[in-house]
Every structure is written in C-alpha cells, then in structure tokens.
Design a protein around this ligand. Structure first.
Ligand code: ZN
Ligand code: ZN
Length: 136
C-alpha cells in the first residue's frame, strides 16, 4: 500500500511545543509535515504525522492529527500510544514494531511504501530498535 500524500503546515502552537524549553534536542523542526499512514480516506479519517517520541520508547509519542485542508482544516496535537503490532521476520529474531499509533487506519507501517520518506522512517525507528536505521 502506498503512503498517504497529505501534507500540511504545522500551526504555531504545535511548532512551539516542539521547540519548548526542556525538550530534548528537537532537531530542526520542519513546519511542514506529511501524513505517514497508508492511503486512507482523508475526508473522514484523520491524517497523522509523528511529532516527537515520549520519554521512553514505550511511552506515548506526540502526533499531529488533521482532517481536510486550507481553511477547512481541523487539527489537534495529541499523545497516542504505539500500535502494539509486531512483525517477526521468519528465519531471524528480528522483530519490527509498527511505527504508528494504536488504532491507526490503513496498514501497519511495514506495509506502507514510501517512495520519498526514508528520512521520516529514520525518525520513526527508535535508536535501540533492532532495525535502527540504515547502516552508516
Ligand atoms: Zn493521511
Ligand atoms: Zn500498526
């Protein structure tokens, strides 16, 4: 399944939260975010972009959810627990976690093809994950 193509501009309040004092290195907050889910109906189902992780890899991460676009856009910033789904590779002990939030629409992250989004995938995979990003 292909990745949803929705893109939106982060509102100032969500951006501020990303760069709030006391936050661990937020990197370079990008005002534009992409929906990271597999293709879904954006009229009725919220798009979602990962903002930043929780305090531990297991704690709920912060996501930006929105529906519609332009002046019609409705959005919220919220913490969401991770999707509990795991993908176990046959023949190896590698277990991959779904990189989306619990009860997300469409496919789990490993079934979403993202032609442009290696950068985003890197951000989603926790450092201590068995699949921790591309080899140097
Ligand atoms: Zn979407
Ligand atoms: Zn999932």
């Amino acid at each position: 399944m292909l990745q949803c193509t929705a893109v939106t501009l982060l509102p100032p309040d969500a951006l501020l939260r990303l760069i709030a004092p006391g936050v661990d290195d937020p990197g370079d907050p990008e005002p534009y975010v992409l929906c990271e889910l597999g293709e879904h109906n954006g009229q009725h189902t919220e798009h979602a972009a990962f903002l930043r992780p929780g305090r531990t890899p297991d704690s709920p991460a912060q996501w930006f959810f929105w529906t519609g676009g332009g002046p019609e856009r409705v959005h919220r910033t919220d913490r969401a627990p991770w999707c509990p789904a795991l993908l176990r590779r046959l023949g190896t002990d590698v277990v991959r976690r779904c990189a989306f939030f619990d009860h997300h629409p469409a496919s789990h992250s490993w079934d979403v093809e993202d032609p442009l989004g290696d950068l985003i995938a890197e951000r989603l995979v926790p450092d201590d994950s068995p699949e921790g990003g591309p080899c140097p």
